[in-house]
Ligand binder design. Structure first.
Ligand SMILES: [Ca+2]
Ligand SMILES: [Ca+2]
Length: 133
């Protein structure tokens, strides 16, 4: 799943190591990133992403086309995050897993993830790439 997480992050913020975005090494920065994602892809302005809007986001991120199998896995991964199954991902749903991963990595609970914490969390926290931009 780690590759998919990184791919998800790539779609969301335009890169797994993007620097001109809110700081993903802080909890607040992580939430800000997902707010930007919603803002950037919320076509009808309802403040959340419909699975259709997510599909458009995925397809526009891979203009040359994504392998159907990979595309399906990616879309399924987003659909799975729709916890109340209303067909929309809101900020709480989008940030639930990344924040859980963040909390797992942030061993000293200071709301900031440093490189040593990321390294120490390898294998312990699922998908550390998700927050280790
Ligand atoms: Ca939902
Ligand atoms: Ca910390």
């Amino acid at each position: 799943m780690n590759f998919m997480r990184c791919l998800g992050a790539f779609l969301l913020v335009g890169g797994c190591s993007s620097s001109d975005l809110p700081d993903g090494s802080t909890r607040a920065g992580l939430v800000s990133e997902f707010k930007l994602v919603i803002k950037g892809h919320d076509r009808n302005g309802d403040g959340k992403l419909s699975l259709e809007e997510i599909q458009t986001m995925v397809d526009s991120a891979f203009k040359s086309g994504l392998e159907p199998e990979l595309r399906n896995r990616l879309l399924e991964d987003y659909a799975r995050q729709d916890l109340d199954k209303d067909g929309y991902l809101d900020i709480a749903e989008l940030t639930k897993e990344p924040l859980a991963t963040f909390a797992c990595i942030d061993a000293n609970r200071d709301g900031y993830i440093g490189q040593p914490e990321i390294e120490a969390s390898a294998g312990r926290c699922d998908s550390s790439e998700a927050v280790a931009f």
